[in-house]
Ligand binder design. Structure first.
Ligand SMILES: NC(=O)C1=CN([C@@H]2O[C@H](COP(=O)(O)OP(=O)(O)OC[C@H]3O[C@@H](n4cnc5c(N)ncnc54)[C@H](OP(=O)(O)O)[C@@H]3O)[C@@H](O)[C@H]2O)C=CC1
Ligand SMILES: Nc1nc2c(ncn2[C@@H]2O[C@H](COP(=O)(O)O)[C@@H](O)[C@H]2O)c(=O)[nH]1
Length: 325
């Protein structure tokens, strides 16, 4: 198997088929809804909160609310009461089963549920998928995180409607260092490996450092990418604002960090400071324009045309040209 990551791959252009990049359509369908960009901010406490999720839904973007210190039932009621879709995260503990029971008892059906645990290739996830499918059969279930084809096959067979791929490539992740496991450093080829067997959408999660990495993820099989660090440093980001030497930063910490957990137990995440870089809406517009450019370089008009391009690997033993035959 060939091993590579975002920084040692480049996609190869094909003859342009549009007169303006504005003709390129960046939208993607997930479940019954179409979203304007194949990007979702990470379901982390320093990345999204209720007001950001509401704004994203109202403006045509997908969102996944985090599951920490949150009343999920109230959140679903509030979002649907405001006329937008509800997309929540769940773990696999008793409290998460209680949430499903309460939702079902009150006739509340979130449009999306993401089962989000560190090691998603587990019977605990199989059981939660089964429970969701029994209690809330209309809900679109995303499950993860995983990093191998075997895991993607299992999650799909257990009933997941989409899988989330990425064990440890995140910017505040220390899983690789603490456990010796993961897809950190080769996330893009792990995605390619998983996509070969996937029959349902994959959300590539973690490791996106530049907007061009979105197109690279789509090329290697992602329907969508989940991004934390690039979204954590906005004026409206929920992390605390910190001033260092007259410059403003936002804190960004891992969901498995002691900052999120409130205790130092099974810590696999750290805290960093992201420089503040303006408004979230401006970043999303710039991302959309950049993905439109990517589609145009791919010689296409629609997002999935990016899948048709050849690529080169740069440096190392694997360097070379990779042509689609
Ligand atoms: N994408 C990634 O690489 C990673 C992401 N995270 C994020 O951090 C957050 C917290 O994650 P998590 O700790 O799973 O959430 P929880 O604390 O909700 O744990 C979920 C359940 O899974 C169990 N569990 C977690 N990791 C393992 C493992 N390696 N082997 C066996 N059982 C396990 C936990 O038990 P117990 O705690 O008793 O073991 C618990 O019962 C999530 O949002 C997750 O996505 C965390 C690490 C890696
Ligand atoms: N190993 C850990 N991974 C984590 C933790 N908290 C979040 N995450 C994952 O990172 C991505 C975001 O990655 P980024 O490169 O875009 O910043 C997020 O969606 C989670 O999957 C953690 O504490 N440990």
């Amino acid at each position: 198997m060939q091993i590579f990551d975002y920084d040692n791959i480049l996609l190869l252009p094909r003859k342009c088929r549009v007169e303006s990049r504005s003709e390129c359509d960046t939208s993607v369908t997930l479940g019954e809804r179409c979203f304007r960009l194949p990007v979702v901010p990470a379901n982390m406490k320093t990345v999204v909160d209720e007001s950001i999720c509401l704004w994203l839904a109202q403006n045509g973007y997908f969102y996944v609310m985090h599951r920490f210190d949150l009343d999920n039932v109230k959140f679903v009621k509030d979002m649907q009461g405001k006329g937008v879709f509800a997309s929540i995260s769940l773990g696999v503990k008793k409290a998460d089963y209680d949430t499903v029971d309460q939702l079902a008892a009150q006739g509340l059906v979130p449009e999306y549920v993401t089962i989000d645990i560190a090691h998603g290739h587990a019977d605990s996830v199989k059981n939660m998928i089964g429970y969701l499918k029994q209690k809330l059969p209309k809900t679109f279930v995303i499950a993860g995180n995983v990093g191998t084809p075997e895991a993607v096959i299992d999650l799909e067979n257990w009933g997941a409607d989409a899988t989330k791929v990425g064990i440890g490539p995140g910017k505040v992740c220390i899983t690789k260092l603490k456990t010796g496991f993961g897809t950190g450093g080769w996330q893009l080829s792990a995605l390619k490996w998983c996509a070969r067997v996937a029959t349902k959408p994959i959300i590539a999660d973690g490791g996106i450092r530049d907007h061009g990495d979105i197109a690279k993820s789509v090329r290697f099989g992602a329907s969508m990418v989940m991004i934390g660090s690039l979204f954590a440093g906005h004026e409206e980001s929920p992390g605390k604002t910190v001033e260092v030497d007259g410059k403003l930063f936002k804190e960004y910490y891992g969901s498995a960090s002691d900052f999120n957990k409130g205790e130092y137990k099974h810590v696999e995440g750290k805290r960093i400071l992201e420089p503040i870089k303006g408004k979230l809406a401006d970043t999303l517009i710039e991302m959309e324009q950049d993905v439109q450019s990517s589609i145009s370089y791919a010689g296409g008009r629609a997002l999935m045309d990016i899948r048709k391009v050849n690529y080169v690997t740069l440096g190392g033993d694997n360097a070379g040209e990779h042509l689609l035959m």
